[in-house]
Design a binder for this molecule. Sequence first.
Ligand code: NAP
Length: 314
Amino acid sequence: MEEIYDVVIIGAGPAGLSAGLYAGRSQMNALILERGQDGGQIAITDSIENYPGQAVQGESGPELVARMAKQAEGFGAKRASDSIQSVELKGDVKVLHGVKQDYKTHNVIIASGAHARPIGCENEGVFTGKGVSYCATCDANFFEDFEVYVVGGGNSAVEEAMYLTKFARKVTVIHRRDELRADKHVQEKAFKNPKLHFMWDTVVVALHGEGLLSSMDVKNVKTGEITTIEADPDDGMFGLFGFVGTVPNTKIFEGTGLEMDERGYIPTDQDMHTNLPGVYAAGDVRVKSLRQVVTAAADGAIAAVQVEKSMSNY
Ligand code: NAP
């Protein structure tokens, strides 16, 4: 007989793995689906300093997430590697159409997270992987002793820029305003870092180079002046890292009846219910005020407990 899961969790970041842990621990037939590597955005984060109790000095995102995955699997949550392409979320049995197979389930927890927002400049796609990156942990070592630019002014931009100073000769943060959005204590650390420089009121307009990124046009938003930044001739190239926020991974839910806000985030009540019965959302994919590992993990736990409570209906 075709398997119908109690709950299928889409995404194995902190929200999905936490949901899997709670679902497995309460003996549900739970499946966690992941299309890439576990961890979502923390898989590409150098160090996590603010997850309560996570006092393993210098532990990276991937290490923390590996322990979360082991814990969820230890409680019996099943795992599958597949990419969901479309979904049928209405009705008692939901159907998730993956590349490899279809999955039937009474409940779905959407924990599909978010991805980096593009910088939005000309030729960005042309130079992605050829100078342009969105992951310092993944690509910093390619820029050992080169010059690097970081776009953005939030916690991600400033923290990742500081990380990049361990590799690059010089790191310049390009920010569209004249003050950072990052937390004050993060700013204080950044302003003390001698390898970190700031270019205020500036946006990147266009990228150029023969194969590799070697020059870019930047615009001062106050004066309108456009300046071209060239790579040091001895280097022949430089790095450009984009940290200008995130976009939710919710494209596959468009047109399914699932309510989303104008930016694609999913509204829920405090118990993670979406507007569709049996469909829950947890983690960064939700409309919420704080997107952190601790809030994602909490969302996942709440969603799984709500699924368990609803199971008496079947
Ligand atoms: P964010 O806080 O939304 O910051 C995005 C930054 O990019 C802002 O400075 C914004 O400028 C700038 N920006 C947006 N669109 C832009 C564009 N098209 N061109 C140029 N600049 C643009 O995003 P985030 O830094 O990725 O952080 C996301 C969430 O995770 C936040 O809540 C953050 O606090 C949290 N986070 C926390 C930690 C931590 O606690 N250690 C670490 C990382 C992230 P404006 O300032 O002008 O809007």
